[in-house]
Design a protein around this ligand. Sequence first.
Ligand SMILES: NC(=O)c1ccc[n+]([C@@H]2O[C@H](COP(=O)([O-])OP(=O)(O)OC[C@H]3O[C@@H](n4cnc5c(N)ncnc54)[C@H](O)[C@@H]3O)[C@@H](O)[C@H]2O)c1
Length: 322
Amino acid sequence: MKILVTGGAGYIGSTLVRILLAEGHQVRVLDSLLHGGHALLGVWADPGFEFTRGDISDRKTLKPALAGIDAVVHLAAIVGDPACARNPELAKAVNLESSLALIEESQLSGIKRFIFASTCSNYGKMNDVNQYVDEDSELQPVSLYAETKVGVEKALLASAGSRDWCPTPLRFATIFGVSSRMRFDLTVNEFTMEMMTKKHLKVYGEQFWRPYVHVLDAARAMQLVLSSPAEKVAGRVFNVGSTDQNFQKQQLVEMICPYVPDAQVEFVHKTEDPRDYRVSFKRIYDQLGFNITRSVAQGIEEVAHLVRSGIIHNFADERYRN
Ligand SMILES: NC(=O)c1ccc[n+]([C@@H]2O[C@H](COP(=O)([O-])OP(=O)(O)OC[C@H]3O[C@@H](n4cnc5c(N)ncnc54)[C@H](O)[C@@H]3O)[C@@H](O)[C@H]2O)c1
């Protein structure tokens, strides 16, 4: 297939692009390079790779970017609660309005497959602490970031129904692991890096639950959806992760401690956190046979190894966070 990856220079995108090229697909990346483009250097010389620097908010860039394309993987966004809270107008324009425009242009251009990167943050807070939320649970977004994701999901699901258009929103768990565009502002990566480099970590709300998935497995899930029969994935939402990889922040700290036994961890107890969710990933396992290949424990080891390696000099550099 010829696949357009918006946001392909990012943390997840740069890993996905590498996997798709290795599988023999042709890949075009459309990215405005908010955090630089160095993550694409490793694929630059691949004959199947094409790059367009552009902003998805600029409607004029969409048509040529979609020309000759079979499938779109839409990752470009202002990513995360803090980044969206800092610039709400931009977040709404990029994450919501431009995504809706991209969906419309994709349909007009005859694109068949459309994957949208959504998030398990859409669940907000579990109603019952003893249960897992799943794809049919009520969505309770508690941030602008999640609100924009819910808005796009709704529009995408409403657009489903025609035989030639196969839209699939994927709700990713919080990602971890090493990618060419490294992010140290994601919980597992951040906790590991901070404990190792500063020997100190402040944890807010250690008892709250979140699911986690490795960046490589997130990319594999998209590859799997692209190659699954349309009738299995068209207009279907899938959570992406593994049910046994839901953890409380306290549990993450316990897994990191053996790497830095002398680190001091300060727990700032919070009784209320609007986001507290344990997620079931049964649907993607049962219906598409998706299984993860890397656990959180393995991801911690991977990040710890990176931190010790000396490859990265300045962990505080802005390029490593959104
Ligand atoms: N990282 C996670 O834990 C996580 C979890 C759930 C969902 N997601 C979703 O996955 C997607 C990718 O996330 P990521 O962690 O790789 O983030 P990232 O910030 O590393 O990547 C986003 C990319 O989008 C590009 N971009 C931003 N605005 C753009 C615009 N207007 N036009 C063109 N390109 C633009 C950026 O330059 C960047 O390369 C996002 O949609 C995010 O919401 C991420």
